[in-house]
Design a protein around this ligand. Structure first.
Ligand code: NAD
Length: 290
């Protein structure tokens, strides 16, 4: 397939590289200067989208997605498919879906889970919203970039699944980090803590696959000075999206609300900006109860 790929950052870069490795013809564009193996670079988003069967976007937020959609939709060939893999608000996903429909294009919102390891290894999970036809077109590409794709429903359903998943992720990371800090103060060795929890009922993706303690568990951003990975500000963005959704759906989400407040404090007042979201552990380490 001829693929346009816009947004070649921590996630988009390796996803585009995997598509090229699988034999697809990938033309990429990013605001920043980047080089990706096997991907030829265009001078603009519109140029990357021109003539593509499928255009994939992997961008920071809904506002940027809407701006990029305005640039690429007029350049796309009728019948082509836009697949947005960014995590954005449900309203932006639905707005872009409407815009594509009126331009005779197909649309899938297909945010991902699995982090940069999943992006590099081609083991992401895609949660997709859109028509059956749009999902069928994107499916072979999901198979290259990921290990599983769930068709969750109509446009916006992928983003709904994603923000629920990430609300769990934010809450779980906060719990894992505060438990490590408590274990430290109780004199427990961190490796022992990992060995127990990762095989006991406290196990989770944040403990087992993305352990926030340096030198413990599999390689993670903790082993790289907490460079993202998944940035704390992106976690905060997702927690805000889930609280926004909970507000409009009248859902009671107190743990999500607490996690949002914690990440807001970390990012805005405690030098968490630019750190991985697992850097809550050194944040807790430095603090006491009183
Ligand atoms: P990133 O900041 O590394 O990448 C975003 C890229 O978009 C950057 O390279 C940036 O230069 C580019 N960009 C911004 N505005 C642009 C524009 N107008 N035109 C073209 N390019 C533009 O972020 P990321 O970690 O790759 O995350 C991308 C998306 O994936 C986000 O929505 C995030 O929430 C989601 N996500 C991230 C992870 C993760 O672990 N990093 C996991 C799941 C989902």
């Amino acid at each position: 397939m001829k693929i346009g790929f816009i947004g070649l950052g921590n996630m988009g870069g390796p996803m585009a590289a995997n598509l090229a490795k699988a034999g697809h013809q990938v033309t990429g564009f990013d605001m920043a200067e980047v080089e990706i193996d096997g991907v030829s670079m265009a001078a603009s988003a519109a140029e990357a989208a021109t003539g593509a069967d499928v255009v994939i976007t992997m961008l920071p937020n809904g506002q940027i997605l809407r701006a990029v959609a305005d640039q690429i939709i007029p350049a796309m060939t009728a019948g082509a498919t836009l697949v947005d893999c960014s995590t954005v608000d449900v309203d932006s996903a639905r707005a872009v879906a409407e815009q594509t429909a009126s331009s005779d294009l197909l649309f899938v919102d297909a945010p991902v889970s699995g982090g940069i390891g999943g992006a590099a290894g081609g083991t992401l999970t895609f949660m997709a919203g859109g028509s059956d036809d749009a999902f069928a077109t994107a499916s072979p590409l999901f198979d290259v970039m990921g290990q599983k794709a769930v068709h969750c429903g109509a446009a916006g359903a992928g983003q709904s699944a994603k923000i629920c998943n990430n609300m769990i992720l934010g809450v779980t990371m906060a719990a894992t980090c505060e438990a490590f800090a408590l274990a430290d103060k109780l004199g427990l060795d961190r490796q022992k803590m990992f060995d127990v929890v990762s095989t006991s009922s406290g196990y989770s993706w944040t403990m087992n696959a993305y352990c926030p303690a340096p030198g413990v568990g599999p390689q993670s951003p903790a082993d790289n000075d907490y460079k993202p990975g998944f940035a704390a500000e992106l976690m905060l963005k997702d927690l805000r999206l889930s609280q926004q959704a909970a507000e409009s759906a009248d859902a009671d989400t107190p743990m999500g609300e607490l996690a949002q407040a914690l990440y807001a404090q970390f990012v805005e007042n405690e030098n968490g900006l630019g750190m991985d979201f697992s850097a809550l552990l050194p944040r807790f380490e430095k603090r006491g109860r009183r």
